[in-house]
Design a protein around this ligand. Structure first.
Ligand code: HCB
Length: 215
């Protein structure tokens, strides 16, 4: 199988919610020595995007979306396990990360957290459906340099705006950099709410986070 064929097969396995096939493709990618991030970003993730489109058009239903996401999670776990361990002597800093309250989407947030660990961040992953005050408390407790939030719904992205205000009210907004992401989030939104950075994918998240901590 060529790399291109494998990427197409990865997307197809997610759309058809075939977990065994998705795992077999991820295993094959590792065996072939392909870049795990490329396989996630250009194979499995486009498949997930197609799932979203089919769901929106009413041709795919929630139980199938759940199975498709399970297939993606299983495949991503195999690929993430093949990422190099963080071997940096100097830590990049602490990053608190999580999905905004009311939102259970956590696949993308998980990929961002894993990659930030690989690049030397001490990541405190709060999980999904995280109350806004938990973000504030964790930033205070850990002295985190970055707080990264994920929102996949128009109803939850407003939580990112509210968090900006809560960090100001807690008197710690100038001690921490904020990064926003998730399918519905854009650079425009980040600028509008005063976030320090927007990242479209996990690689960009790491790159922006490193720029933020290095000033
Ligand atoms: Co969900 N869902 N869903 N869903 N879902 C979306 C998000 C819709 C866009 C689908 C659609 O209508 N087209 C839609 C939201 C519409 C909107 O508000 N505009 C939607 C809806 C409506 C819902 C429910 C309300 C459906 C219902 O119950 N009727 C419900 C939500 C319940 C709730 O949260 N309270 C729901 C449920 C589900 C699941 C459980 C079936 C499943 C989630 C499983 C899980 O995450 N554990 C699910 C899924 C899988 C999706 C889609 C199909 C894929 C999301 C995904 O995982 N993408 C999604 C469609 C879509 O996104 N186009 C659909 C793949 C990852 C890798 O991409 O964008 O999350 P990502 O992450 C990237 C990137 O954004 C960035 O890096 C990541 C890696 O490259 N990034 C960050 C992410 N977070 C970052 C944070 C940072 O600081 C920086 C960068």
């Amino acid at each position: 199988m060529t790399e291109q064929e494998l990427l197409e097969a990865a997307a197809k396995a997610v759309v058809s919610a075939d977990e065994d096939e998705a795992k077999a493709i991820a295993t094959e990618a590792v065996k072939l020595g392909l870049d795990p991030l490329k396989v996630i970003n250009e194979g499995f993730t486009p498949g997930m995007r197609d799932v979203g489109d089919l769901f929106e058009r009413g041709t795919m239903f929630l139980p199938e979306v759940i199975l498709a996401s399970e297939a993606m999670v299983a495949a991503v776990a195999i690929l993430e396990a093949s990422l190099p361990e963080d071997q940096r002597e100097k830590k990049a800093g602490t990053a608190v990360i999580g999905t905004i309250e009311g939102d259970v989407h956590d696949i993308g947030k998980g990929i961002v957290a894993t990659l930030m660990r690989v690049y030397g961040f001490d990541v405190v992953d709060l999980g999904r459906d995280v109350p806004l005050d938990t973000f504030v408390e964790k930033v205070k407790e850990t002295g985190a340099a970055i707080v990264g939030t994920s929102a996949l719904m128009t109803t939850t992205m407003v939580g990112q705006k509210a968090l900006e205000k809560m960090l100001k009210e807690a008197g710690i907004r100038d001690q921490v950099k904020t990064m926003v992401g998730g399918a519905v989030v854009t650079q425009y939104w980040a600028d509008k709410i005063g976030a320090d950075a927007y990242a479209e994918n996990a690689q960009e998240a790491v790159q922006k986070a490193l720029e933020l901590v290095q000033g």
